[in-house]
Ligand binder design. Structure first.
Ligand code: NDP
Ligand code: OXD
Length: 310
């Protein structure tokens, strides 16, 4: 009997077992590492951060499905077999990203960081109000998740600009694309929200020079991947006062090591990679559809362009 291998140290397999055995009674659901053997017949792998080399040991593997929207955790395996790679598209995550992105933008727009520190000091002091129409938020990555966040910010009345790889147009959003547009895009982003995929072209993108290109007093919200940001450069930009604050959900090393200064920096808010979580009840329909199509030999939704890396 054909089987699917569930590989994740972070996700509960049981809701997935219930959903997938219900949808496919003829597809055995097996959980790594206990049910790995025998490897023959393992046609599909549903994975989050699979150990490097594991997938190459499955002789009958036909496709790999990501338990997340990002696939960097799969593509970083140098032995990854040349089979279709499928990712989640929204699958319940866009709504969560919109909540996090809107919360972060409002936090900095309404100066909650500054008023919080004034409260600690018992200081009753007002700053001039700024209309959302006079505040520019920049969104790096205008795909399924970045696009949803950008549209929600437009609805709140912000000036929104976005940066993508290829030229795009989206109503109400000032569009920038490609490396040549990046300096101009960054130069106006008072609040910068990152929702790029991690690829060779985006790794280390937010380094000292790119952070310096942001307007003085800008704030960074990173909901994508820690390796987009050079953490040492971010700390230097915060310490110099060029950046006012950073709300960070993702880090170069996760879990964030206890000794990392980001934990204790007064201008940093840390969350433990929860901006948008994969919730099986919301994501199962998409995985079922992908598996059904793969088993019929049809192209599945969420097929990753391995050349582009996302
Ligand atoms: P998509 O693939 O739908 O969108 C990616 C966007 O990034 C596209 O607009 C794409 O441009 C743009 N992009 C890619 N490469 C470049 C580049 N070199 N230069 C400029 N723009 C580029 O991804 P999603 O919106 O679904 O997800 C984005 C990321 O969010 C995931 O890859 C993952 O890392 C992260 N994530 C984080 C979570 C968390 O909890 N913290 C949860 C879920 C996802 P174009 O439009 O031209 O293709
Ligand atoms: C994802 C994530 O990529 O949770 O889905 O980071």
């Amino acid at each position: 009997m054909e089987s699917l291998l569930f590989v994740s140290a972070e996700d509960d397999p049981e809701p997935w077992r219930a959903a997938l055995t219900g949808a496919f009674p003829d597809l055995a659901f097996r959980v790594w590492p206990d049910e790995l053997e025998p490897r023959q017949g393992l046609a599909f792998a549903l994975v989050w951060k699979p150990p490097a080399g594991l997938l190459a040991t499955l002789p009958d593997l036909r496709a790999v499905l990501s338990l997340g929207a990002g696939v960097d955790h799969i593509l970083e395996d140098p032995a990854l077999p040349d089979v279709p790679l499928i990712r989640l598209e929204d699958a319940g995550m866009a709504e969560q990203m919109v909540e996090y992105g809107v919360y972060a933008a409002l936090h900095y727009h309404r100066r909650m960081d500054i008023y919080g520190r004034r409260q600690e000091a018992g200081a009753w002091r007002k700053d001039p109000g700024v209309s959302a129409a006079d505040r520019t938020v920049g969104v790096l990555g205008l795909g399924v998740l970045g696009g949803a966040v950008a549209r929600a910010l437009v609805d709140l009345g912000f000036q929104v600009r976005g940066w993508s790889r290829r030229p795009r147009s989206m109503a109400g959003i000032e569009m920038f694309s490609g490396p040549d547009d990046l300096p101009a895009f960054l130069g106006g982003a008072e609040i910068l929200i990152n929702l790029l995929p991690l690829t060779p072209s985006t790794t280390g993108l937010l380094d000292a020079a790119r952070l310096a290109a942001l307007p003085p007093g800008a704030c960074l919200v990173n909901m994508a991947r820690g390796a987009h940001v050079v953490e040492a450069d971010l700390l230097a930009a915060l310490d110099s006062g060029h950046l006012r604050g950073a709300m960070l959900d993702v880090f170069e090393t996760e879990p964030l090591p206890p000794e990392n200064p980001l934990w204790r920096h007064e201008a940093v808010i840390v969350t433990p990679h929860v901006a948008a979580q994969t919730i099986a009840s919301a994501a199962k329909a998409q995985v079922i559809e992908a598996l059904a199509r793969l088993r019929r030999g049809e192209p599945p939704p969420g097929l990753v362009d391995r050349e582009a890396g996302y």
